[in-house]
Design a protein around this ligand. Structure first.
Ligand SMILES: Nc1ncnc2c1ncn2[C@@H]1O[C@H](COP(=O)(O)OP(=O)(O)OP(=O)(O)O)[C@@H](O)[C@H]1O
Ligand SMILES: [Mg+2]
Length: 246
């Protein structure tokens, strides 16, 4: 049976797609996967399909994509059978879901923040199948309220194990990262010790057609890749800890 991890944050542009493909890339490298190997898969339910586009760019640049990429937008029936898919690790890339109307953030439980329609149904299907969720939270920007809705209105009621991953820019001070992490702790949210730093090779990955395992071997690129290796390790340690506690 596959282990299913969903990248989720109601806010767009927080790094869900970037984390999906690069976490899959380091898992594939650690596990020695080749092209068309079903061990690791990225499933995209995002109508914009950024992770699919990224993988296409890598292939177009003549480089291998060592994991399967499935564009499952609008395919709710397929998503409901995700637990039966042939893979060991599935990483699901989701869209930032529709904003609630003004004032609805604090509305009662009668409003489902996942919304109606195919996107809402796809999100519900993958969350029903999820073993855990990674919630990216940028230190800069205005993602705090959407993160709160994601965690408190979507994940906690479903009792899905999750961890916030803080995303920060090392060109700003570490104080930004520390402030965001202490804000998360004060909320009582579960958080990864690993953080993802903002680096140019990541931003350019989709245009240069590279995954973090394929960046030029310079010190910045190695740091950029190292964050994803740490994330993979911590992800597996959390999984093991939960399995041991059951
Ligand atoms: N660690 C990082 N370093 C550098 N650039 C990053 C990093 N994470 C994300 N980005 C850039 O930020 C932008 C948004 O990232 P991404 O597309 O992964 O967000 P998203 O949450 O998937 O957005 P959406 O909800 O619209 O799908 C992209 O241009 C991406 O390359
Ligand atoms: Mg995306």
């Amino acid at each position: 049976m596959p282990y299913i991890t969903v990248l989720l944050n109601r806010k767009g542009g927080v790094g869900k797609s970037l984390i999906s493909v690069n976490l899959a890339a380091v898992y594939a490298e650690i596990l020695g996967c080749g092209e068309d190997d079903p061990t690791v898969a990225v499933v995209s339910i995002d109508p914009q399909a950024t992770s699919v586009e990224h993988a296409d760019a890598v292939r177009k640049a003549g480089r291998p994509v060592p994991f399967r990429v499935v564009n499952a937008k609008n395919n709710v029936d397929q998503l409901r059978k995700l637990r039966r898919a042939k893979a060991d690790i599935i990483i699901v890339d989701t869209p930032g879901f529709m904003p609630l109307e003004e004032g609805e953030e604090d509305a009662g439980p009668s409003i489902d923040p996942l919304g109606d329609g195919t996107v809402g149904d796809s999100l519900r299907a993958v969350l029903d199948a999820a073993d855990d969720v990674i919630v990216p939270l940028p230190a800069a920007g205005a993602a705090f309220r959407s993160t709160k809705t994601t965690i408190e209105r979507v994940l906690i009621p479903r009792q899905i194990p999750y961890g916030v991953v803080v995303y920060w820019d090392p060109r700003d001070s570490e104080a930004d990262r520390d402030r965001t992490q202490s804000l998360v702790r004060r909320q009582g949210w579960d958080m990864y010790n690993t953080t993802i730093r903002h680096y140019k090779p990541h931003t350019r990955g989709i245009t240069t057609g590279r995954l973090c395992t394929q960046y030029e071997p310079n010190p910045i690129a190695l740091k950029a890749k190292a964050d994803f290796q740490s994330l993979a390790l911590e992800h597996q340690m959390r999984r093991q800890k939960r399995a041991g506690g059951q």
